[in-house]
Design a protein around this ligand. Structure first.
Ligand code: NAD
Ligand code: MG
Length: 403
């Protein structure tokens, strides 16, 4: 048995963050916590730090630091408190922890995930937006540093488990391993059976009520629009080096088959399990060993049946837009992701109509076409385009709100 490995959990108060701490707590002999971070819910962060004995707590600003201090129980030794986005990237790269869980939501998680990649960590990547916005840069950093990238998104974790395990599989040419296609499963979300007309009146509460998975609000809306599956197609492209037309999406409402790999000889290998993120998290922590996750056994007889159907690209326009963005290139992927984040936030908080989400994305992509060619060779280039795309999407949202 190796000595205890210290884990940094970026975004520890979120859905993935909490599941990660749950798995870690089951293995006190194997894992300890080095650093935890949160952007809000500072009280919850303080409780997590107390429970895990984290050495570092990262908060967004001085007000959050003050709140952390206020709620911290005086008899317990306080962690070092670090403040701001720079603290996230610096801590992600520190030698003290070997494993970094990247579980911040949105492109806000990109700089810290990239810092972990440059520093050669074992990266448990939940933050799919990092790969969508900066796939090329991210994979280059992984390869240059020798970082170990373990996909946590359930579909990509499933695909990873279904691939032949040789060193350097990720990002290399899977055709030489006889892989023909990747088949991503999608639950179809809460509106799988709704008509296009019914979608006009969808509320945030309805969009966030996912039938199978309990997740943060942004990814829940993304699952409803299937923008999530679109982001995952782009994520799969970068992780596994497959072209857009070698990545298929199939609706599987039970969320038991988490994804599949099709080989040249006609074999299709699937990974099955309960829809509980602790399974891929435990896989990422323990790899190549299997460790307890707390997830109950899958009872296929109780489920009885597994269904599959083709996605309706007309109803789930966001999915189609993601395929188009992947074919168009990195700049389109940056814009797709930024516009989606802005549109989803406006839907959740400002009353933007649900059906305007794909419109904001497609109009933002139109804006990019008339924009001068952006060179995207560095993190700064990507963040600059991301900022511009957000401003554009915000203007489009404003216009849609007064319509
Ligand atoms: P969440 O909203 O529950 O949690 C997000 C975490 O990020 C919180 O700790 C929050 O404080 C922090 N955060 C938010 N904004 C931030 C900012 N600007 N700067 C720094 N920290 C910030 O989200 P989640 O559902 O846990 O998802 C996290 C990531 O994992 C997302 O990229 C999501 O797509 C991906 N993912 C989630 C699931 C799931 O089941 N929840 C499954 C697959 C992939
Ligand atoms: Mg997923």
């Amino acid at each position: 048995m190796n000595a205890t490995q210290l884990v940094t959990v970026l975004g520890s108060t979120g859905s993935i963050g909490e599941s990660t701490l749950d798995v870690i707590a089951r293995h006190p002999d194997r894992y300890g916590v080095y650093a935890l971070s949160a952007h809000n819910r500072i009280d919850a962060l303080a409780i997590q730090c107390e429970r895990t004995g984290a050495k570092i707590a990262i908060v967004p600003d001085e007000a959050a630091r003050a709140r952390f201090n206020e709620v911290w129980p005086s008899r317990v030794r306080k962690p070092e408190i670090r403040v701001g986005a720079k603290a996230l990237t610096e801590t992600a790269a520190e030698a003290e922890s070997q494993i970094v869980m990247a579980a911040i939501v949105g492109a806000a998680g990109l700089p810290s995930a990239l810092a972990a990649a440059h520093a050669g960590k074992r990266i448990l990547l939940a933050n799919k937006e990092a790969l969508v916005a900066a796939g090329h840069l991210f994979m280059n950093a992984v390869h240059a540093s020798g970082a170990e990238l373990l996909p946590i998104d359930s579909e990509h974790n499933a695909i990873f488990q279904c691939l032949p395990h040789r060193s350097g599989t990720q990002g290399s040419n899977l055709a030489s391993a006889g892989v023909r296609r990747l088949i991503l499963t999608a639950s179809g979300g809460p509106f799988r059976k709704s008509s296009i007309e019914e979608l006009a009146h969808v509320t945030p509460a309805q969009a966030c009520a996912h039938p199978n998975w309990s997740m943060g609000r942004k990814i829940s809306v993304d699952s409803a629009t299937m923008a999530n599956k679109g982001l995952e197609v782009i994520e799969a492209h970068w992780l596994f080096g497959m072209a857009a037309d070698q990545i298929n999406v199939v609706i599987h409402p039970q969320s038991i088959v988490h994804s599949m790999v099709e080989y040249e000889d006609g074999s299709v290998i699937a990974q099955l399990g309960q829809p509980d993120m602790r399974t891929p998290i435990a896989y990422g922590l323990g790899f190549p060993e299997r460790i307890q996750s707390g997830v109950s056994a899958l009872d296929l007889v109780a489920h009885g049946r597994l269904d599959f159907e083709a996605p309706n690209f007309r109803k789930f326009e966001c999915l189609q837009l993601a395929f188009s963005a992947l074919k168009a290139g990195q700049a389109a992927c940056v814009v797709l992701n930024a516009a989606n984040e802005v549109a989803v936030a406006a839907f959740l908080e400002e009353g933007l109509r649900y059906i305007d989400i794909p419109t904001i994305i497609s109009e933002s992509l139109n804006w990019l076409e008339s924009h001068t060619e952006a060179s995207l060779n560095s993190l700064d280039d990507i963040l600059a385009l991301d900022r511009e795309a957000r401003l554009t999407a915000m203007k489009l949202v404003k216009r849609a709100l007064v319509r």
